[in-house]
Design a binder for this molecule. Structure first.
Ligand code: MN
Length: 503
């Protein structure tokens, strides 16, 4: 990846003045990373250039691309955030700062095994909270993808560690953003490094099977194309090959029998609008016998991450079983690039597609994506792209607290150390005698702040007290304390009553 390649790709999409800024960023970053090399021995600048190229391919906005070029400068070079802000503006500096912070959060997690997989949901939340802007996470994904693509230069031990983290944290993150293509790339690379033998065995099996079925599938493809043309339907069609990793997972579910897997290749038909999608489905069902329990309407019921498409599996007259996926261009874009696609659309199409329901019918339990989506749609209504509207404050009512081991817990804003103690374990809370916060002793009345590290001091003789109620805000802690106090009262009564009888 060299400077010219990045600029060439950028010229297809950005204005002349944007390109000038990008060129300037490349010059500044090249100078800042001067003398630094990657493990491969190549000049370091090739990495940020590759990250920027990925972001261009994902059709991110120019600020993200520039931040991609500069993403390692604030941390690893003498360039300061102030320098970046002065030259490239506040938004770029904000993004670079976010990427740096997210990186630090991760390295703050120390031992990988202590936070995976137990706190990985927390990690995702934390990365969002820290990054504040979904673009920060997308830049981070591009950074991770390129690091995975060049993982061969790391030691075997590091390869395994990084691959596992990618599989457990970054691939799910890409999935939550519905960035299907990036997710598959991250998973394939991770799988290859985590389980090299399983990877090559599955890959061989797959190649063998593909060779066998390709010719037959080509017949079906031609038959369908002809019929759709006769119906005067405009469409494009291609074959989607299952990833090695998803084949591996599926084989596991069907006892290793590849004959039971019918979607190794699916034919994907992309059309202009939703009603044509349903029309194509009925044409397919007229031509071939549908297998009824394999018809899936992810338009009426999108997947958790917002994925939309119609799926059907049919049996041809020659007995071949073929899966079809039918969708609009918008659905396709959204399935491939997910949230990143909305940046491409934010100028003109997003709001429209959003209103028509072509994308982003997002379910409630992923409301954070919907909030992002709404913010994106709102931003696109204004004439000028306003980065502030993309800033997320989705966890504005939550704070993140570290245990001394580096585990992360999220608590409501205004929580006290006792809330944290009850979250960890009510028996620990019951014995609490004091709290050391960021290394210093603090009273029970101390209000926790974002990023505090809390150590609970316990003593064998400590007991829960009624006046703790004022130092608690979470319902969980209130409930536990109430139960503990009730139990204590009962045992106190138990002690007192027999005495009274005696006297
Ligand atoms: Mn990097």
């Amino acid at each position: 990846m060299d400077k010219q390649e990045v600029l060439e790709a950028a010229r297809q999409r950005f204005s002349k003045s944007d390109i000038r800024q990008l060129e300037r960023a490349i010059t500044v970053a090249t100078e800042a990373h001067q003398g630094q090399a990657r493990l491969s021995g190549e000049p370091y600048i090739l990495h940020p250039l590759a990250v920027a190229k990925l972001l261009i391919d994902w059709e991110m906005d120019i600020d993200s691309v520039i931040a991609g070029v500069l993403h390692d400068t604030a941390e690893d070079t003498s360039l300061s955030l102030k320098d970046i802000e002065d030259t490239f503006g506040r938004d770029v500096a904000f993004l670079v700062d976010g990427v740096t912070k997210v990186g630090k959060v991760r390295s703050g997690m120390r031992d990988l095994t202590s936070y995976l997989p137990g706190t990985k949901d927390n990690l995702t939340k934390l990365m969002i909270a820290v990054g504040q802007d979904v673009r920060v996470l997308i830049i981070k994904l591009a950074d991770r993808l390129h690091n995975m693509q060049t993982l061969e230069h790391q030691s075997r031990e590091k390869q395994k560690k990084i691959a596992r983290e990618t599989m457990e944290v970054f691939a799910p993150l890409a999935d939550r953003l519905n960035m299907g293509r990036a997710r598959v790339q991250l998973e394939e690379l991770s799988f290859r490094y985590m389980m090299p033998k399983d990877f090559s065995r599955t890959k061989t099996l797959m190649d063998h099977r593909l060779k066998k079925s390709e010719r037959k599938l080509e017949t079906v493809r031609r038959e369908v194309a002809k019929r759709l043309e006769d119906e005067k339907i405009e469409f494009t069609m291609d074959g989607r090959i299952k990833s090695v990793y998803s084949l591996f997972k599926k084989l596991d579910r069907v006892g290793g029998d590849i004959d039971r897997i019918h979607d190794l290749i699916a034919l994907r038909i992309i059309v202009d609008d939703l009603s044509t999608c349903y029309l194509v489905m009925s044409v397919l069902h007229e031509m071939y016998a549908p297998i009824f329990d394999r018809i899936k309407d992810y338009v009426a019921q999108p997947k958790m991450n917002g994925y939309q498409s119609l799926h059907t599996t049919v049996e041809t007259s020659s007995g071949q079983i073929v899966e079809f996926q039918v969708r609009t261009k918008e659905m396709h874009e959204y399935a491939e690039r997910g949230f990143a696609a909305s940046f491409h659309y934010n100028e003109a199409k997003l709001t429209d597609a959003y209103r028509k329901g072509h994308i982003a019918a997002l379910p409630a339990d992923l409301s954070w994506i919907r909030e992002l989506q709404e913010a994106a749609a709102k931003a696109s209504e204004g004439k000028k792209f306003n980065a502030n509207k993309f800033r997320m404050n989705l966890f504005h009512d939550r704070i993140f607290i570290y245990s001394p081991k580096g585990d992360i817990w999220d608590l409501p804003n205004g929580a006290f150390p006792l809330d944290f103690a009850y979250r960890i374990h009510s028996d620990v809370a019951a014995k609490a005698s004091g709290f050391r916060i960021n290394g210093a002793m603090k009273p029970f009345s101390y209000k926790l702040k974002h990023g505090d590290q809390v150590e609970i001091l316990t003593s064998k003789t400590a007991t829960p007290k009624a006046d703790w109620k004022q130092y608690i805000v979470t319902n969980h802690a209130k409930e536990k304390l109430r139960m503990q106090l009730a139990r204590q009262n009962r045992s106190l009564l138990g002690l007192i009553l027999p005495k009274r009888r005696k006297s």
